[in-house]
Ligand binder design. Structure first.
Ligand code: G4P
Length: 528
């Protein structure tokens, strides 16, 4: 039991989120460099395919291959065992990112100081706020001519609906960027502008910034500016409040330049100090404490094997309580059967290795021959399911058309497995004779078509339809629900759990239906 407590205390599991190009990959790489998990920069592959909207299938495939390795990156730092869960930046894969956020205990948000808050940041932060995930902000690219730091903080507060508290403060920006001052640790770190590929721990302890030493280090103008701004910061912002951060209301902010390895150490040191270790989690029956001695966990991601000859997949399991052991039987709650895993893997940066045991806050990869769906729970027998893997409404809907009737079975199996993996959502009408596939981006339709053909030998077409939103519907008044289902049968479909959804094609459209059926609740997500 003591072992368990100590292991939990060491673990941190988090995700890095950003709008594409803000510097997520670069920051990830530098964190791994600090953790000694990689030896030199350039090891973490930049998923260029994510950034292009082109349908270069091989690139997509390669990217899928790469992202198996980069889905989870573990490293140790100052006695902590840290797991970074990768979140695709491309908006077409946003659903994947939302789900990954269900498996983390905190996030680091990267913001490009030139661009400020961008579209993807808004959406991802919305999910973090819904789940009260603690957020730390890293304002990146301070070596470029960016926005004024005060304006950036105001923009973050206003647009992302979260309070901020700078813990470090930049001295100048762009061509005048001279370094950062850590407001709490009272440390000055000077920016040299050299592209540093290695780690330097060269800070200057400066308890009092009114001392002449500041001028000596950064020159008169910069010194004066830092003093004024630091005073303003202390006047405007409340002292940092750990409890507010932990409950997701206050984001501590750091400034730096990921590519220059600058500002990362402060971020990481503070991260291990304040970011939460594995937290209790909600199931449909009760809250489960990580320190309970019985193992439990859930699947938050499934990755298909690239090799069509080996159709097995890797299911990523986040351990929530107790100790996981190799070759021990665990209960698969949805299927009601016992499974054991002979070759569970752990992920350290770019390598995978077999694990004998794993602890809350760890992520293990389980080889799967089709048993798992996203959201599945494993326990030592207790009947409970982890909550919090909601589906959000897709943004693009298309009707799936079978173009090879001889391969109907393969198509059915393929689409069902891809939906289990979370590549897309499926809504059916008329007992499955009509299938609507919903995604957040066009790219997925190409991925699905390609994978159905190459992995299942099935061919299909996607026909454009006018729906733009799915709302999960429920009501205490069953007769009202039944009336809606009858009168607008062409709008009603069922998701993979057979829950009814209302498909609409405009705000006006859904609002008029809501008025007509006041006792029906139209839910934004599948979890209500
Ligand atoms: P992403 O994962 O969030 O999409 O961003 P990524 O790290 O790939 O960074 C996007 C671009 O921003 C990269 O340039 C990267 O080198 C650059 N970058 C990251 N951090 C900084 C920084 O602190 N300062 C400056 N000036 N640039 C930064 P690229 O040209 O797209 O790629 P590459 O040719 O450098 O590989």
């Amino acid at each position: 039991m003591n072992d368990l407590k100590a292991e939990i205390g060491k673990r941190r599991i988090f995700g890095i989120i950003s709008h594409p190009d803000a510097g997520k990959t670069t920051l990830t790489e530098k964190l791994l460099l600090f953790g000694g998990a990689i030896q030199k920069a350039g090891t973490v592959k930049r998923n260029k395919a994510e950034k292009t909207a082109t349908s270069d299938f091989m690139e997509i495939e390669k990217q899928r291959g790469i992202s198996v390795a980069t889905s989870v990156m573990g490293f140790s730092y100052k006695g902590c065992q840290i797991n970074i869960l990768d979140t695709p930046g491309h908006k077409d894969f946003a659903e994947d990112t939302y789900r990954t956020l269900t498996a983390v205990d905190s996030v680091i948000l990267v913001i490009d100081c030139v661009k400020g808050v961008e579209e993807q940041t808004r959406k991802l932060m919305h999910v973090c706020r819904m789940r009260h995930i603690p957020v730390m902000v890293f304002i990146n690219k301070m070596d470029r001519e960016g926005k004024d730091p005060f304006d950036l903080l105001e923009e973050i507060e206003k647009e992302l609906n979260i309070s901020t508290r700078p813990l470090s403060w930049p001295i100048g920006i762009g061509s005048t960027f001279a370094g950062v001052y850590h407001l709490y640790k009272k440390q000055l770190k000077l920016f040299s502008g050299n592209y540093k590929k290695q780690i330097a721990h060269d800070y200057i302890q400066l308890e009092d910034i009114s001392s002449k030493e500041l001028e000596n280090q950064v020159g008169e103008n910069a010194a004066q500016k830092l003093r004024e701004e630091a005073e303003l910061v202390e006047g405007v912002y409340e002292p940092f409040d750990l409890a507010l951060y932990r409950s997701g209301y206050l984001a501590p902010v750091f400034f730096g330049s990921a590519i220059n390895n600058f500002g990362i150490e402060e971020l990481l040191d503070t991260f291990i100090e304040i970011a939460p270790s594995p937290q209790p989690r909600e199931t449909d029956k009760r809250i489960v404490n990580p320190e309970e001695d019985k193992f439990s966990g859930f699947i938050f991601k499934i990755h298909a094997n690239l090799d069509p000859n080996h159709r097995d997949r890797i299911a990523f399991c986040r351990i929530c309580s107790g100790k996981f052991e190799r070759n021990k039987f665990y209960q698969h709650i949805r299927l009601g059967k016992k499974l054991k895993f002979s070759s569970p893997t752990s992920f350290m940066a770019d390598a995978k290795s077999l694990v004998e045991e794993a602890w809350p806050g760890d992520v293990i990869g389980l080889y799967d021959a089709g048993n798992f769906k996203i959201g599945d729970t494993l326990t030592e027998g207790e009947q409970m399911r982890y909550m919090g893997i909601p589906s959000f409404s897709p943004e693009i809907f298309k009707e799936l058309e079978n173009t090879d009737p001889m391969k109907t079975k393969q198509l059915e199996k393929g689409i069902s497995q891809l939906v289990d993996e979370g590549v897309a959502q499926l809504f059916v009408q008329n007992l499955g004779s009509r299938k609507f596939v919903g995604t957040v981006g066009e790219l997925q339709f190409e991925v699905i078509k390609f994978r159905l053909l190459h992995e299942y030998g099935a061919s299909c077409n996607f026909r454009a339809i006018s729906f733009t939103k799915a709302s999960w519907i429920s009501s205490e008044k069953t007769e009202q629900l039944e009336r809606l289902k009858r009168s607008q049968a062409n709008r009603i479909a069922y998701d993979k759990e057979d829950r009814p959804v209302y498909l609409s094609n405009s705000k006006w459209d859904i609002e008029s239906t809501m008025r007509e059926y006041p006792d029906i609740v139209f839910h934004e997500t599948s979890e209500y």
